[in-house]
Design a protein around this ligand. Structure first.
Ligand code: SF4
Length: 903
């Protein structure tokens, strides 16, 4: 499905087009939403947007699939029953006010999200810090880049991203550390890949314990021992100094604290780093020498660096190397943090973090608190930082925080120790959840549920990884009683008696106030200056073109790069070298002998509330899996496609086994996306330990000690079921393992259990939610009681079920395509074979989800002589739309091995 029908007419005279910004990752791609004469909506990349110049990845390309009212939360609810906005807001505000009156402002909290627009975020922060008077507002961005924020502030005196995307193309050496850019930030990856194709002398080094898709363009892959990142960069720092690569003039004139940083790095010689990192001395030296000789170097990093107990130190050691060599504030050189979410940067800017104030001011700074309070004219100001995410939910669990409002995020699935988070919400006096869906695992814990507008329905701004502010514009009407987040907050604030601070007409007025605060008593002392926008009209706000802040009256065109002038925001105006604290690396434990790493997959976003609506995106990977090295798998008696039990000190999950050389021994990888809606036991954050970086409060989500064993299934199954409604397809409770994913005509399911169902026909009826009028054909094994069934109604195929005492090998995509067909005679029985007849090719697992090209199509093209990604694209179409699958196509070409995705 590439489009949805709208319930309002297109303008006469052709397509109506709206420029907006993708709501997924921090690349911040420009999107054009287009409504044609048939009232059908499609999306394409905005050729004029400087983040993507017209390209979109697989997720962005499928945005139109994710729209529509199905599953949407349309009305407020109190206690699960429909209520009016007046009732919901009155009750929410009155309960908040009561709790504050009895227990003080720190007894309430907001937990917000990088999915919010800057204007929503600004209002939430203003209300909590300036009117309620608590610092208790934190954001899910705490989970993805808080360590970068602290690293920036320590080194530069402000949370300043020095460079821009152009630097990534102009660099002669790109180091990608802790970043699977090919899957997590695909358009930046494609820009780098294109730059390397144009200048093959450009070098790329990937530092990652896993051999990810990003390694496709790497000249060197350093598969370091998890947790040895600081040692690797300390070794680099030491090497650069010893080789005479220090820029002594730059260090003397523009930096401080070189000596303590050098002292901390001095013991990291090649031998020591090799022992700690598991990388040979020869490889280390090759990398260090490459860095030493390449002036134009950019180090890109993201969650693999940030989500660690020593995440801040990792950031500091990366920045130290750039300061040592003076490679910062220059075209093609600098450290570059890539943000996870579409508006993680906007949240940082307006004080979405509990330890910051709006406009990049510090809550710990009395002068800043005074300045912000004077600007707002607010009755109070939070005197100190509030609770950071993990701590906030601990305080909810122990009753210190008694009311929480969760906006646009799903912490029951995304925070570490997620079962504890669920329990905390179960004990909380008042849980308000505002979201665009009411079926999330967090919404299930809500006392008051508020329907928010989503992408395409709301207006505002977002800031991407290179500080570029772009507009998100509405092009769809809001259905039911959905309301904008800023509106909900303002109405709530008024009911708490704070009319004067929250009388906003719309996002333009909010943005104007925010820009005014950025400019207020700034005079060049703070990096975030938006004085160029402080008098902006609504018309000009609606017409804002993508622009990188600062945007000042003197430089209204914005600024691509900071620190070209060597002016930092520290008290001395100089950049600071930071000696890292000696934090312990994660240890393997005898009872939990593997280190669990979590992360994203190519075609899903966060907890899949939106991307799982697209059958196209579910073709790539649609169930929880565990990547494990062949030696580890063998020692555990695990084989490809088995089901594994993963267990930590905090929880348990089940996942499909993928045995792969790309994974280091002793470590396993599991995707972060699956929730109770999509799998029986796929919530990986239920296992993740609540260990945090002591400086940033960011959880160490990539280093949980776990045990792995085989799930002793008696039977395995695969089913496809015709249904328009995802929730209508439900699995009997007796089945321990299942995963569900949307397909074009219904739902596909993976199944496994320890006890065979008594009657397979009843089992299929249960999946369908009915068995009245169904007719079946089946084939039941007399040996082990497993079966293959097809179910029909009125001649139409409604369900197929394949089971066996081993993982079932059937052509899944072919089976999906058979639903709602009307086969007869022998054709019906051919369905039970689970694969097409000899004259119809079987695609195999889908690699290119845009154009539905499978691994068998690609291997067949290779067998016919296609020897490059382009040739395979010409022959099959694979990789020719968004290009997100090109790394996998290249991997198939190079290894000729089975690709590491579940079939
Ligand atoms: Fe959206 Fe993909 Fe661009 Fe990220 S890279 S903003 S997900 S289109």
């Amino acid at each position: 499905m590439g489009s949805v029908l709208l319930d309002f007419p297109a303008q006469s005279g052709g397509n109506r087009e709206t420029k907006t910004t993708c709501p997924y990752c921090g690349v911040g791609c420009g999107v054009i939403a287009s409504v044609d004469a048939q009232e059908s909506l499609s999306v394409r990349g905005d050729e004029t947007h400087p983040a993507n110049y017209g390209k979109l990845c697989s997720k962005g390309s499928a945005l139109a699939d994710t729209l529509g009212d199905e599953d949407r939360l349309l009305y407020p609810q109190i206690g699960g029953k429909r209520a009016s906005w007046e009732q919901a807001l009155d009750q929410a505000a009155s309960k908040f006010s009561d709790i504050i009156a009895k227990h003080g402002p720190d007894a309430v909290a907001f937990y917000v999200s990088g999915q919010l627009l800057t204007e929503d975020y600004y209002i939430a922060n203003k209300l909590m810090k300036g009117y309620i008077g608590s610092g208790n507002i934190d954001t899910n961005s705490r989970l993805c880049m808080a360590s970068s924020v602290v690293g920036h502030k320590k080194a530069f005196g402000a949370d300043t991203v020095p460079g821009c995307y152009e630097d990534l193309e102009q660099a002669d050496l790109i180091i990608l550390t802790g970043s699977n850019l090919a899957w997590c930030h695909p358009i930046i990856y494609q820009r780098i890949a294109a730059a390397k194709a144009a200048r093959p002398e450009m070098k790329i080094v990937v530092i990652d314990p896993r051999e990810t898709a990003t390694c496709d363009i790497a000249d060197m892959h350093l598969a370091l021992v998890p947790g040895s990142d600081v040692a690797l960069f300390q070794g680099l720092f030491n090497y650069l100094d010893q080789q005479g690569c220090a820029d002594n003039d730059f260090i003397a004139q523009h930096t401080e604290n070189f000596e303590p940083a050098m002292h901390a790095a001095i013991s990291y010689n090649l031998d020591a780093v090799s022992r700690l990192s598991g990388i040979s001395e020869a490889e280390l030296e090759a990398f260090y020498a490459l860095y030493a000789k390449t002036e134009k170097t950019v180090t890109i990093y993201s969650q693999g660096v940030n989500q660690a107990r020593d995440g801040t130190d990792r950031v500091s050691t990366i920045i130290n190397c750039h300061l040592l060599t003076g490679r910062i504030g220059k075209l093609g050189a600098g450290p570059f943090s890539v943000t996870g979410q579409p508006n993680a940067m906007g949240g940082r800017e307006v004080g979405g973090l509990a330890n910051q104030l709006a406009s990049h001011m510090d809550i710990g700074n009395a002068a800043h608190r005074d300045l912000v309070q004077r600007f707002w004219g607010s009755p109070t100001m939070a005197p100190k930082a509030g609770r950071l995410a993990v701590d906030m939910f601990d305080a909810i669990h122990d009753g210190t925080i008694k009311a929480v409002w969760i906006m646009a995020t799903n912490p029951v699935d995304s925070l570490p120790n997620a079962n504890h988070v669920r329990a905390a919400l179960g004990r909380c006096e008042l849980v308000i959840v505002s979201d665009i869906y009411g079926h999330t695992d967090t919404a299930a814990c809500a006392d008051i549920l508020l329907p928010s507008t989503g992408w395409g329905e709301k207006d505002g701004t977002v800031t991407n990884s290179e500080r570029r502010i772009s507009r998100q514009n509405a092009f769809l009407p809001a259905s039911g009683e959905m309301r904008h987040d800023w509106w909900q907050l303002c109405e709530f604030a008024k009911r708490m008696g704070f009319e004067e601070g929250f009388n906003f007409e719309g996002p333009a007025e909010i943005f104007r106030e925010y820009a005014g605060l950025c400019a207020y008593e700034n005079n060049g002392t703070r990096d975030l200056d938006l004085s160029g926008f402080m008098d902006i009209s609504k018309e000009d706000y609606d017409a804002i073109e993508p622009i990188q802040w600062p945007v000042t009256k003197a430089a209204p065109q914005g600024r691509a790069r900071f620190f070209e002038d060597h002016k930092y925001f520290t008290p001395s105006g100089k950049a600071q070298f930071i000696a890292p604290a000696a934090l312990e690396a994660p240890q393997r434990r005898a009872d939990y002998p593997f280190i669990l790493n979590t992360g994203r997959i190519r075609d899903q976003w966060h907890t899949m509330t939106r991307t799982a609506r697209s059958g196209r995106l579910s073709q790539h990977i649609s169930e929880p899996f565990i990547d494990i090295h062949p030696h580890d798998a063998k020692s555990l008696g695990l084989e490809d496609a088995d089901i594994a039990v993963l267990e930590s000190a905090y929880g348990q999950m089940l996942a499909r086994v993928c045995v792969t050389q790309r994974q280091r021994e002793g470590a396993v990888f599991v995707p972060m996306h699956f929730t109770d809606r999509f799998a029986s036991a796929g919530r990986v954050d239920a296992l993740v330990h609540p260990v945090i970086d002591p400086f940033s409060g960011q959880p160490a989500s990539k280093s949980t000690p776990v045990a792995v064993s085989k799930f002793k299934a008696k039977w395995y199954g695969f089913a496809v079921v015709a249904s328009d409604i995802f929730e209508a397809v439900s699995v009997p409770k007796s089945v321990q393992y299942w995963s569900k994913a949307r397909i074009a005509s219904g739902v596909k399911l993976e199944l496994a259990g320890t006890k065979l169902p008594e009657y397979w026909a009843s089992f299929m009826g249960a999946l369908l939610g009915e068995d009245e009028g169904l007719e079946y054909i089946d084939m039941i094994s007399p040996v082990n009681g497993t079966a293959r069934l097809a179910g029909f109604k009125d001649g139409k195929l409604l369900a197929l079920l394949y089971t066996g005492n081993q993982p079932v090998a059937v052509s899944r995509n072919w089976a999906c395509e058979q639903l709602l067909g009307s086969p007869s005679g022998a054709e019906r029985y051919r369905l039970l074979a689970g694969r097409p007849s000899g004259d119809v090719p079987d695609k195999g697992a889908i690699i290119c989800s845009c154009l539905n090209v499978g691994i068998n199509d690609i291997q067949s093209a290779i067998a016919k002589g296609c020897a490059s990604v382009n040739a395979i694209g010409d022959a099959t179409g694979a990789g020719t739309n968004c290009g997100s699958c090109q790394p996998e196509i290249k991997a198939i070409l190079q290894t000729k091995e089975k690709i590491d995705v579940p079939a």
